[in-house]
Design a protein around this ligand. Structure first.
Ligand SMILES: [Ca+2]
Ligand SMILES: [Ca+2]
Length: 415
């Protein structure tokens, strides 16, 4: 059920979800409407975009017999702890909590529970869904999800560090339905007050994917750690698309290598994915990522021959570096930087392109005073540009226009 998050980060929306034999409503890529009328993920506005930290979530309610009955308050990483260890921000949902400090009454005997209610109206909805699926996370344990007050057996013993999938089977009422996500705070702990909240994502909900930039996606643009077909490389293999063009004095020359996937420094580095892997300019050539402090330049290139530089060009992706990285396009600073390696940060460039081959450089700075892990990760790298029409087709276009004009002229003469 890891269809959330990554699909959106890549700008690709899941269109349909078929889960455990239940078919869920599907949305076209362009639709931004809710799956079911009134049913929203936690922490989003009417357009399904995530709300800022401390905003009030008007779609959800704390209902009796909750420990408190107050307006749900959105919590994002902008407010600091407890996100994380709570599940990180994304574009689909945000945490909701009873208060701006994300705390509320708890009770060691388990009596302090919160009934977080989402409502949806099936009046006139056709076809009526057979089930509602999604994923949730909670602080502390999730006790159940009630459909119209009835238990469904969905629990979240894993609490707040990850999402757990849920399935609520019907039958649903033909009018208004309620889903209550029941969360306990502090059961079994010594606290009588503490951090508590819930995070819910319904399958298929979320903002529509942004439209692709103008032009077409050009070939020959590669993430780190993949072969010519975009398939991830094995451990400790040179990346043919990213060269190391500068490194600290005293380091040993080495190609950019894929780092061993089975342990430190991944994590704390963000995990490898099916579309990209971490690279290091490893002098040790064992792919453990350790190398001297200083700057390493990783360079990749793409070719705009045949594309129109007078039309918009967009280069975008996401990246991370240990310890930090900046991006240069054709040796010019872009002002884009990233510090840290725990998550990928998106970037977009729309200027600085040259005719022919362009170079994209990632200058990674490794800190410390002795050899220590350093690496680069680039994912979702894409370049969009408009092809220059072939001379032949341009001529045909002109001839076509003349033919149409001539036809119009003849028609007027006849009339
Ligand atoms: Ca708690
Ligand atoms: Ca480092």
């Amino acid at each position: 059920m890891n269809f959330f998050g990554r699909t959106v980060r890549h700008g690709v929306r899941l269109v349909a979800v078929v889960s455990a034999g239940t078919v869920y409503l599907s949305l076209s890529t362009a639709m931004a409407a809710t799956v079911l009328p009134g049913l929203f993920n936690t922490g989003v506005d009417d357009n399904q975009n995530t709300l800022p930290d401390n905003a009030i979530d008007s779609h959800w309610q704390l209902v009796p017999p909750s420990a408190v009955e107050v307006d749900p308050v959105v919590a994002t990483s902008a407010g600091g702890f407890p996100i994380g260890p709570w599940v990180a921000d994304n574009k689909l949902s945000a945490w909701i909590t009873p208060a701006p400090d994300t705390q509320g009454p708890g009770n060691f005997d388990g009596s302090a529970s919160y009934f977080w209610r989402a409502s949806f109206d099936l009046t006139g909805v056709n076809p009526v869904p057979t089930a509602i699926t999604g994923q949730w996370s909670s602080d502390n344990g999730g006790l159940d999800i009630l459909l119209n007050g009835d238990a469904t057996g969905n629990t979240n013993p894993g609490q707040f560090g990850a999402f757990i999938p849920f399935t609520v089977n019907g039958p649903f009422l033909s009018g208004l339905n309620t889903l209550d996500f029941v969360v306990n705070n502090s059961a079994g702990e010594a606290n009588t007050f503490g951090y508590t909240g819930v995070r819910v994502e319904f399958a298929g909900n979320g903002p529509g994917a942004p439209p692709p930039p103008p032009g077409v996606k050009i070939p020959g643009v590669f993430n780190t750690g993949v072969d010519g077909s975009g398939i991830t490389l094995p451990d400790n293999v040179a990346d043919a698309h990213y060269g190391v063009t500068s490194r600290p004095a005293g380091s040993v020359d080495s190609p950019a290598l894929t780092i061993l996937a089975d342990g430190y420094p991944i994590p704390p580095w963000v995990a490898n994915s099916p579309t990209s892997r971490w690279l290091t300019a490893s002098a040790s050539t064992v792919g453990d990522g350790d190398d001297l402090p200083g700057d390493y330049t990783y360079q990749t290139s793409f070719d705009l021959t045949g594309y129109d530089l007078t039309k918009p060009i967009t280069l975008r992706g996401s990246f991370a570096g240990d310890d930090s990285a900046v991006i240069l396009l054709n040796n010019d600073a872009t002002g884009i930087s990233v510090t840290g390696f725990g998550s990928l940060v998106e970037f977009t460039l729309t200027s600085g392109f040259l005719p022919g081959v362009n170079t994209l450089q990632f200058v990674v700075t490794n800190g410390g005073t002795t050899a220590n892990p350093t690496g680069l990760r680039v994912e979702g790298l894409e370049v969009f540009a408009s092809p220059i029409p072939e001379p032949g087709s341009a001529l045909l276009l002109v001839l076509g226009a003349c033919t149409v004009a001539g036809y119009g002229w003849r028609r007027r003469r006849k009339g």
